[in-house]
Design a protein around this ligand. Structure first.
Ligand SMILES: [Zn+2]
Length: 466
């Protein structure tokens, strides 16, 4: 009760400014996006001019380096979950910095897809598709037609649309391996999650064991070394949720990821393959700090419209609502926004509700029957709950608008097909699929990435190489 009065008091002082504040929040958001998008388009011309400054390696900037030991190109994608862009500057990370210094990195980070959640993003990375087209529109959701529920343990092929890289690779007669990745256990096309090459998800496997297994693939006869490999770590996402992005325990987790990169690099060097492997180190999304005083409660909207919890498919940071048949969704949206803009709902200016077809098109989040008809965009660091509680917890969350800088993650690529010491402008992770197919010299499935973008980042090969 006390906290309710407290927030009401905050509310009345915030009241007169609410229109300006909410306009500001969403305008600044739109500007950020416009900048990001135009940067992605405009900077593609600048890749070569902004690339490697003259260095001992400058002659190599024009084409890839020949393989010394491997008989075929190999791409290893490593995901460090929730590795927010900027974590790499928290402390000295010698191994990650070695990859950055001698590789190609997104100077201001990799842009996740919306919603900036783990499953939608990991599956966009390996399919090149926005969530409505690959089908994984949230970490959990209900199919409105048959009522079946998708969650992070669902492996039935019906959920997983598009063609993930391991399927593309095996369709071309090449080998792929997955040490955890959302969707990797699903049998699709010629991919049947072969034992020893496709690990069933088990979060208790020590990170070192995962690295050592990937290294062991390089001890196999040449024709059995996978052309495409994935490797996944749950950290620092885990610590980010619990303590927020600024906690010292994030720094410690990132130091551990760096040590794992050191273990990987050493193991590859011992096998003579480090310079031959194209390593892409990335994350799926960033992390924003949250605190209970930044809560928006749906019950506070009751004066305008009642939103029963049964209608809510997910609360935060992606609010999605599916009212039962017979309700006017546009009427509900109008009443919710009226309440949120009234100045009488705590933090109301930090939630804006849309019919999914009215969401900004830059979010690419409407074209799927699986997406509920009403979607809310939540202000950075805010939390939507059904009921206002008296909690005072602080932590971290992701899932917000991908225009927020805090949602960006890292892209660091090192290997024969990536220029040394090059910085590229930020880009969306749907571009990565084409980079991998380009390196492996195979035709990929159609997707939302552009071929010209992949060509600008991946070095061309000499015809007489490899
Ligand atoms: Zn994640």
């Amino acid at each position: 009760m006390a906290s309710h009065q407290e927030s009401s008091a905050l509310l009345s002082t915030a009241g007169p400014r609410k229109t300006a504040a909410s306009t500001l929040v969403f305008i600044s958001l739109a500007i950020t996006t416009a900048v990001a998008l135009s940067a992605a388009a405009a900077f593609s011309f600048l890749f070569f001019s902004s690339s490697s400054s003259p260095s001992p390696h400058s002659t190599e900037a024009l084409s890839s380096r020949p393989l010394s030991k491997l008989k075929h190109p190999v791409v290893l994608i490593i995901s460090s979950d929730g590795f927010r862009f900027g974590y790499q500057f928290k402390t000295d990370l010698p191994n990650i910095n070695r990859l950055i210094r001698n590789g190609t990195a997104a100077e201001l980070g990799l842009i996740p897809v919306f919603p900036t959640l783990t499953f939608p993003n990991h599956y966009s990375i390996v399919t090149g598709l926005y969530p409505p087209y690959h089908g994984i529109i949230n970490n959990y959701f209900t199919d409105p037609i048959d009522g079946q529920v998708f969650n992070m343990g669902s492996h039935e092929p019906k959920w997983w649309l598009g063609e993930p890289l391991w399927e593309t690779v095996s369709n071309h007669g090449l080998k792929a391996s997955t040490y955890f990745w959302p969707g990797s256990e699903v049998h699709k096309g010629s991919w049947n999650c072969p034992s020893n090459y496709c690990m069933p998800y088990n979060e208790s496997v020590p990170f070192e064991e995962r690295v050592d297994t990937v290294l062991s693939y390089f001890d196999l006869p040449s024709d059995q070394i996978p052309s495409f490999m994935t490797l996944y770590f749950e950290d620092p996402d885990h610590q980010g949720h619990q303590y927020g992005p600024d906690d010292v325990r994030i720094t410690n987790a990132v130091v551990e990821i760096d040590a794992l990169m050191g273990r990987l690099i050493r193991g590859m060097e011992e096998r003579g393959v480090f310079q031959d492997v194209n390593i892409i180190l990335l994350g799926d999304h960033g992390m924003a700090g949250t605190c209970d005083k930044r809560v928006i409660a749906l019950d506070d909207l009751a004066e305008w419209v009642k939103i029963p919890k049964e209608w809510v498919q997910s609360y935060t940071p992606l609010l999605s609502i599916r009212p039962p048949p017979g309700y006017s969704t546009s009427d509900i949206v109008a009443k919710m926004n009226e309440g949120l803009e009234s100045g009488r709902v705590g933090n109301g200016e930090f939630l804006r509700v849309y019919l999914k077809e009215d969401l900004p098109s830059r979010l690419h989040y409407s074209d799927s029957y699986r997406i509920p008809p009403i979607v809310g965009l939540v202000g950075e660091g805010f939390t939507v709950k059904q009921t206002r509680s008296s909690g005072q917890e602080c932590g971290g969350a992701h899932g917000y608008d991908n225009a927020f800088f805090s949602m960006r993650t890292i892209f660091i690529a090192h290997g024969p097909r990536f220029a040394r010491g090059r910085k590229v402008p930020s880009f969306e992770n749907v571009q990565i699929y084409n980079m991998v197919t380009r390196i492996l010299k195979i035709d990929g499935a159609s997707n939302n990435g552009s071929v010209s973008f992949a060509d600008a980042v991946v070095l061309p090969t000499h015809s007489n190489l490899e």
